[in-house]
Write a protein that binds this ligand. Structure first.
Ligand code: NAP
Length: 286
């Protein structure tokens, strides 16, 4: 029997994209608090380096595992191998994300930002969900979103925009992740799994592009005014591990507080439509 009273000490935790930025700081903090942390990353060299660094700081072994969120079969392989090697996670932190300045597609034809930031956490969470629900005690899914979710004309059909804009694609993907959080919370309310989304706040990390002059300038400004990743990670750690979050599900966490996103940003039926469209999309793919 594990986690009768939710405690992060001794819990098995996955942090996607835990090799850098907010994910790495989240992994370090949770590992320091006694969690057994696995960082799931697309680049094993970076992941191994980060694991060694975090382990040295937390004095608690952190392990790397390969996961490419732009590749559907990699997500399937990861979940199977994880369950085989480590067992069922107590906490899944869907942290990894991209901001694509230029239009790019995955090998299966979906716009990259939507695929990595939304479709992948949807699929990964649903692969682990039945296992997490079967554990005795509370387990948690944490979706790292952003306050950049205010996109107009949200498209629940997952179709590609004609005129690609990086910020709009990012915003769209984060909004989809939030719709997914609210819909999943409703669907699993009778289980012991909770699902929430969290805005870490602005931090100077690698997420912002560096391949254009205006972005180089913007990165310079961001690094002066934004918080360090360790500060932003506090919001994620709060959502993943705090006692205040016990039994809380379907919420938007911002500034270490349980709240709601702007009401007029989310339409009632869209979360259901998006869920159904995503299931259909995945069924055709797998
Ligand atoms: N920084 C901010 O101001 C801010 C604000 C609001 C929300 N957020 C959110 O916070 C989270 C962490 O972002 P960050 O700022 O820490 O960015 P970051 O430093 O760029 O980290 C993103 C992580 O995602 C990983 N990743 C990207 N594509 C992947 C893929 N296909 N498969 C597996 N991993 C992949 C990256 O791996 P590589 O190292 O290999 O690239 C990296 O580990 C994201 O969800 C982001 O949207 C950030």
């Amino acid at each position: 029997m594990r986690n009768k009273d939710f405690s992060i000490d001794g819990s098995l935790v996955i942090v996607t994209g835990g090799n850098t930025g907010i994910g790495k700081e989240t992994a370090r903090k949770l590992s320091s608090a006694g969690a057994k942390v696995i960082i799931a990353c697309r680049n094993m060299e970076k992941a191994e380096r980060a694991s060694i660094e975090i382990t040295e700081l937390s004095q608690n072994p952190v392990k790397p595992m390969l996961l490419d969120l732009s590749d559907i079969s990699s997500i399937g392989r990861f979940s199977e191998k994880f369950l085989e090697v480590y067992g069922t996670p107590d906490v899944l932190v869907n942290n990894a994300a991209v901001y694509m300045r230029k239009y790019q597609e995955t090998s299966f034809g979906m716009e990259m930002t939507m695929a990595v930031n939304y479709l992948a956490p949807f699929y990964l969470s649903n692969l682990f969900l039945p296992h997490m629900a079967a554990l005795d005690g509370e387990t948690r899914i944490v979706n790292v979103t952003s306050d950049a979710y205010h996109v107009k004309d949200f498209d629940a059909k997952l179709s590609t925009r004609k005129h690609y804009k990086g910020f709009s694609a990012y915003s769209q993907s984060k909004r989809a992740l939030m719709y997914f959080t609210f819909e999943m919370a409703e669907k699993i309310k009778r289980t012991s799994v909770t699902v929430n989304c969290v805005n870490p706040g602005h931090a100077a990390t690698n997420i912002w592009p560096s391949d254009a002059i205006h972005w180089k300038a913007a990165r310079g400004i961001i690094s002066m005014i934004a918080d360090p990743p360790s500060y932003a990670a506090e919001n994620v750690v709060f959502t993943a591990s705090s006692n205040e979050m016990k039994g809380v599900s379907g919420k938007y966490i911002n500034n270490l507080a349980i709240g709601e996103p702007k009401k007029d940003s989310f339409e009632e039926n869209t979360s259901h439509d998006l869920w159904e469209n995503t299931l259909l999309y995945l069924q055709n793919l797998i």
